[in-house]
Design a protein. Structure first.
Length: 603
């Protein structure tokens, strides 16, 4: 639907509404006008959502919309970026013509969020992110392999599903060649990655260049055909996949790896690690800070918040040291909790089983803090991170269930280097990634059919990760934390506070990798494997790590203010419902909603 058609529809709808209202009464109905605006805006949102999925078909697959499963956009190309920009500008122009003042609550929220999202995306497109297409954290090579393995969002349930993925396979070389071209442009413009990140990304790509196809993740669907496939279908699909992989896909992986190894690495940055060191990098990072935190806080302000929080949390850890009767300094306690055998899992499987057992215990008690209607219908499962990416992956991550309910949500648990995964980290990680953290918030949001789809499948990092970190603090209230679990939760919060310090340190203050690692080691219990992967994550995702603590601080502050204002009438389950019932919100909008809710409770 084009702009002109939508605009004509709006004028017609509003004109008819005015005429109808005037014919029925002396004063036009404000409610009728509001409802017509709302209906028109719903049309805009639905049209945008569909158009954006058509432009970004991989995103469609991840949300469970399977119409575009055979399409794979070259999102790194200038043509695609231009089309994305035009889409954002078109729909931003449409909503700007609407006066939102008389809209109902949810309609007003949708309007504000949609408008802000379009403005943010347009500002994001002003920065040359496409010239840094490969890093060790979100490696496009690994992402395609995960999709092709049959263990991710791409379905392999029918012959059509297999043909859809074959069509996507053939598009991978074009995207890799575009990545190479973009990195060449980046070299010309001095916009390149830190060398250490590419040294970590290269083995991830090399892992998919195999001599025997049966060793490839892409081969897995050929080893696990659905039972209703005929022998002829299996043979035809096997031959087709082997041809595409041998002649097109694996050579593309080899080209990408060879380019990084022989050309790109020598141009990468060996002595600088932050965005601020790149041309236009200071403004780029300032945007990332605003985008990720949904606040107007500056990098310097966030840096100081981090320093203050580190000091506060150290004091709370010292209280636990007294409770467990540890005699020694804070650093000695850190060393003890890192190295003592009681805190180290015996095996990867033992770690996985312990997490699953603990998660089941948490699921039994969450009704203490959440109303029944705040439990998502979708279930979740805990899986180990795949070996090819585990060395650079975070401790845990969450993948939401699709809209069609074809699979559960997934909490990916990193079991690499057990000495760096102490048992006391379990509680906070489960509460953050599964319940009542990401799974409750994200899966629940996707099930809110009263919201437009752009809200159901969108989200603000500060809200999402802020909620996850806030959820970690609920272990004591739920009665599932012992002293060392509580220590683990404090360490997890400490890490998010350290992130405020080191992310701004790297990207706004020019900190070196060694300065980052030294600060981490001095202020938290951390094995080198985790310290290194965390530091390099911050380099790859400028500003993303700020969202956790800034979001958590705001949610906790809103709860404290509500408790003080409402006194004995405060109900924590009601508060949690109010935080979650609108889906993900910018922090400023969340504050408005909670303050309005508190005022209604007092009335």
């Amino acid at each position: 639907m084009k702009y002109s058609i939508l605009k004509v529809a709006l004028v017609a709808a509003l004109s008819l509404g005015v005429a109808s209202a005037c014919s029925q009464a002396e004063n036009p109905s404000a409610q009728q006008q509001s409802e017509q605006k709302s209906a028109y805006l719903e049309t805009i949102y639905a049209e945008y959502f569909t158009a954006n999925l058509q432009l970004n078909p991989l995103q469609a697959t991840f949300v469970g919309e399977h119409r575009f499963n055979d399409k794979l956009a070259n999102s790194l190309s200038e043509e695609h970026r231009t089309r994305q920009r035009m889409l954002e500008e078109e729909y931003l122009s449409l909503v700007r013509e609407i006066d939102p003042d008389d809209l109902a609550e949810q309609d007003r929220l949708s309007y504000e969020i949609f408008k802000r999202d379009r403005e943010t995306t347009l500002e994001q497109l002003e920065h040359p992110t496409h010239l840094l297409p490969v890093d060790q954290f979100y490696n496009i090579a690994g992402r395609f392999a995960m999709l092709g393995s049959g263990q991710s969002a791409q379905p392999f349930n029918s012959v059509e599903d297999y043909q859809n993925w074959a069509a996507r396979l053939r598009r991978i070389p074009t995207i890799f060649d575009q990545a190479i071209s973009n990195m060449e442009q980046g070299i010309e413009r001095d916009i390149v990655q830190p060398r250490i990140l590419m040294e970590k990304a290269l083995p991830q790509i090399d892992a998919h260049v195999v001599d025997d196809l049966e060793d490839s993740m892409f081969f897995a669907p050929l080893q696990e055909f659905p039972s209703d496939f005929s022998d002829e279908q299996k043979q035809e699909l096997s031959a087709q996949y082997q041809q595409i992989l041998t002649d097109e896909v694996l050579p593309a992986y080899q080209r990408l790896a060879d380019f990084i190894r022989t050309t790109y690495l020598e141009h990468t940055r060996a002595d600088s690690f932050g965005l601020g060191a790149l041309p236009g990098g200071e403004e780029w990072y300032d945007f990332n800070v605003r985008w990720r935190t949904t606040t107007d806080l500056s990098a310097n302000e966030i840096h100081q918040i981090g320093l203050d929080e580190v000091t506060r949390i150290h004091g709370e850890i010292e209280d636990i040291m007294q409770r467990v009767e540890f005699e020694g300094s804070l650093q000695e306690f850190f060393d003890f909790t890192q190295s003592d055998e009681q805190f180290i899992y015996a095996s990867r499987d033992a770690m996985l089983e312990d997490y699953r057992t603990f998660a089941a215990q948490v699921d039994e008690v969450t009704p203490q803090l959440f109303h029944q209607d705040m439990f998502p219908q979708a279930d979740y499962e805990i899986r180990k991170v795949e070996e090819f990416r585990e060395q650079s992956a975070s401790s845990g991550s969450y993948q939401a269930p699709p809209e069609d309910g074809s699979r559960a949500g997934i909490f990916y648990l990193n079991t690499y280097d057990l000495s760096a995964r102490p048992t006391w980290a379990k509680g906070a990680l489960v509460l953050h990634e599964a319940a009542p953290g990401h799974h409750y918030q994200i899966a629940l949001q996707r099930e809110m059919e009263n919201l437009p789809r752009f809200r159901r499948f969108g989200g603000e990092t500060a809200f999402i990760e802020g909620w996850g970190l806030y959820a970690e603090s609920l272990g004591n209230e739920l009665g599932v934390y012992n002293d060392y679990d509580q220590f683990g939760a404090l360490v997890a919060e400490l890490w998010r506070s350290i992130r405020l310090v080191v992310d701004t340190g790297i990207h706004a203050k020019g900190w070196s990798r060694d300065e980052v690692l030294d600060y981490m080691r001095s202020n938290a219990p951390v094995a080198d494997a985790r310290a290194i992967s965390e530091a390099e994550r911050f380099m790859a995702l400028p500003g993303q790590a700020l969202a956790y603590k800034i979001g958590q601080l705001e949610i906790r502050k809103l709860r404290t203010e509500a408790e003080q204002a409402l006194g004995d009438s405060f109900n924590v389950r009601d508060f949690h419902r109010e935080v979650l019932r609108n889906g993900s919100l910018p922090l400023s909008v969340l504050r408005q909603q909670i303050e309005r809710w508190v005022a209604d409770q007092q009335a």
